[in-house]
Ligand binder design. Structure first.
Ligand SMILES: NC(=O)c1ccc[n+]([C@@H]2O[C@H](COP(=O)([O-])OP(=O)(O)OC[C@H]3O[C@@H](n4cnc5c(N)ncnc54)[C@H](O)[C@@H]3O)[C@@H](O)[C@H]2O)c1
Length: 387
C-alpha cells in the first residue's frame, strides 16, 4: 500500500502556540481538538456558543483550552481578549457562515467576514512570534457560472448572495494583507483555504442538512428538505481540516513562502452529489431512528447556487493532501457521533478524539482510493468507538 501523508504533520505543531478563531463553532471546535492531539497549546477566540447544543459544550472545550470570547467586529474588544496571546500559528475560522442568514443580515455578514478578517489580521500582525496564518474562506467565494467543471484557485472571485460575496471579500482582504504585510520570504506567511460543504458530528448550524436531520431525529419529527437537486461538494469535517493543517505545516517549514496563496480542499468527484443523495446515505447510516424525509417539490427561498464543484489538484500535487473518506463512510462517522450524543452525550470528546485518531491512521495508510477503501470500512463506524 502506498505511504500516505504524515498524520502528525511532521510534528510541527507539538508545543506550538496556536490561535484558532471560531473555536466555539463546528469546524473550529474539531480543529482545536485535533491540534491538542498534535501537542499544540491552543487559544480560541470567538463569540460565546449559540444557545442549545454545540460541539464546544459537548466536548468540554471551555475547560480543555484557553477560551476567549470577543466579537471580531470590535477591534478594541478583540485586542483586549487577545492580550498576552502571542501565537505562532493562526487559523482564522470565525465567520457568519450561513447563506440564508446573510439574506437576513447582509451588512452584519460583511462586517464579520470582511471587516472581522481585517481586524483579526491586524491583531495577528501585532504578535511578534507569528509565523503562519491560514484564513478560511469558502467554495462559495468563486463567481458561480453553474458549470460542470470544478473551480480552480485562479478562477475569478464573485458571489451572488451576501454570504458568498462576503467570502470573496475575505479572500480579497487576506490577499491585500499578504501583499502588504506578509510578503517577506523570511517573515510570517499567509494562505487562504477554500473547502466544500462540510458535515460531521457536532454541527448544529441553522438550516444545514445534517444538523436538520439530527434535530428531526432527536425530536422524532419528519424532515422537510429544500433543494433536493442542488449539487454540493460534500465532505467530512476532518477532510478540509487535514488540508488546513498540512498547509500550515508547509507555511511553517523551509520555503514556506512558496505555499502562501489560495488553496482548494474539496472532495473527489464522487463526493459531489445532490442533497437527495447525501440524505439517503445519512438515513441509511442512521439506521433505526432516522427521521422520515419529505423533499420539497419546488425551489423555495432566496437564490443559492445550484451547482458547485471544487478542483483540488493543486493541494494534491503540492501539499500531498488527499481526501480519505468516501461519502458512505463519512455519513457513518457522522451518524455514530450524533447517535452517541442522543444516547446521553457522555464521552463526546473521547469519541471525537477516537474519530480523529482513526482518520490519522487512514492518512498514514494512504488510502488513495477513497471510494473503494471506504466500502469495506463503513461497518466499523456502527460500533461504539474505542475510548
Ligand atoms: N460548514 C461548512 O460547510 C463550511 C463550508 C465552507 C466554509 N466554511 C467556513 O468555515 C468556517 C467555520 O464554519 P462553521 O461551519 O464551523 O461555522 P459555525 O457557525 O459552526 O462557527 C462559526 C464560529 O465563528 C464565530 N463567530 C461568528 N461571528 C463572530 C464574530 N462576530 N466575532 C467572533 N466570532 C464570531 C462563532 O462564535 C463560531 O465560533 C467559516 O469561516 C465558514 O465560512 C464552512
Amino acid at each position: 500500500m502506498a505511504e500516505g501523508p504524515d498524520p502528525g504533520f511532521g510534528g510541527v505543531f507539538a508545543g506550538r502556540r496556536v490561535l484558532v478563531t471560531g473555536h466555539t463553532g463546528f469546524k473550529g471546535g474539531w480543529l482545536c481538538l485535533w491540534l491538542q492531539q498534535l501537542g499544540a497549546r491552543v487559544t480560541g477566540l470567538a463569540l460565546a456558543p449559540e444557545p442549545g447544543p454545540s460541539f464546544f459544550a459537548a466536548c468540554g472545550l471551555e475547560q480543555a483550552l484557553d477560551s476567549r470570547i470577543a466579537d471580531i467586529r470590535d477591534p478594541g474588544a478583540l485586542a483586549a481578549a487577545l492580550a498576552g496571546a502571542d501565537a505562532e500559528v493562526l487559523f482564522h475560522l470565525a465567520a457568519q457562515p450561513l447563506v440564508r442568514r446573510s439574506y437576513q443580515a447582509p451588512a452584519a455578514t460583511f462586517e464579520t467576514n470582511a471587516g472581522g478578517t481585517a481586524h483579526v489580521l491586524d491583531a495577528a500582525l501585532r504578535m511578534p512570534s507569528l509565523q503562519a496564518a491560514v484564513v478560511v474562506s469558502s467554495d462559495k467565494c468563486y463567481e458561480n457560472r453553474e458549470w460542470d467543471w470544478g473551480y480552480r484557485e485562479s478562477d475569478p472571485l464573485g458571489g451572488h448572495d451576501p454570504y458568498s460575496a462576503s467570502k470573496a471579500c475575505t479572500e480579497l482582504v487576506a490577499g491585500a494583507y499578504r501583499n502588504a504585510f506578509f510578503a517577506a520570504p523570511d517573515g510570517p506567511q499567509l494562505a487562504t483555504a477554500r473547502a466544500g460543504n462540510v458535515f460531521g458530528g457536532g454541527d448544529w448550524g441553522a438550516e444545514r442538512l445534517v444538523p436538520d436531520l439530527a434535530r428531526a431525529a432527536a425530536a422524532d419529527q419528519p424532515l422537510q428538505i429544500r433543494r433536493p437537486q442542488a449539487v454540493r461538494p460534500w465532505q467530512h469535517v476532518l477532510e478540509p481540516l487535514s488540508g488546513y493543517l498540512a498547509l500550515a505545516a508547509r507555511l511553517l517549514g523551509p520555503g514556506g513562502a512558496e505555499f502562501a496563496g489560495a488553496w482548494n480542499f474539496g472532495p473527489p468527484l464522487a463526493g459531489t452529489v445532490t442533497v437527495r443523495e447525501l440524505t439517503a446515505l445519512l438515513s441509511a447510516a442512521w439506521g433505526p431512528g432516522a427521521p422520515q424525509v419529505d423533499f420539497s417539490p419546488a425551489e423555495d427561498g432566496p437564490h443559492e447556487a445550484g451547482l458547485l464543484r471544487l478542483d483540488s489538484t493543486r493541494a494534491r500535487l503540492r501539499l500531498g493532501w488527499q481526501p480519505q473518506l468516501a461519502l458512505p463512510e463519512a455519513a457513518a462517522m457522522t451518524a455514530q457521533w450524533y447517535r452517541a450524543f442522543q444516547d446521553g452525550g457522555t464521552g463526546m470528546a473521547a469519541l471525537s478524539r477516537a474519530q480523529i485518531s482513526r482518520y490519522g491512521s487512514l492518512m498514514a495508510a494512504g488510502a488513495d482510493s477513497p471510494e473503494g477503501a471506504a466500502a469495506d470500512r463503513t461497518e466499523t463506524w456502527r460500533q461504539p468507538a474505542a475510548q
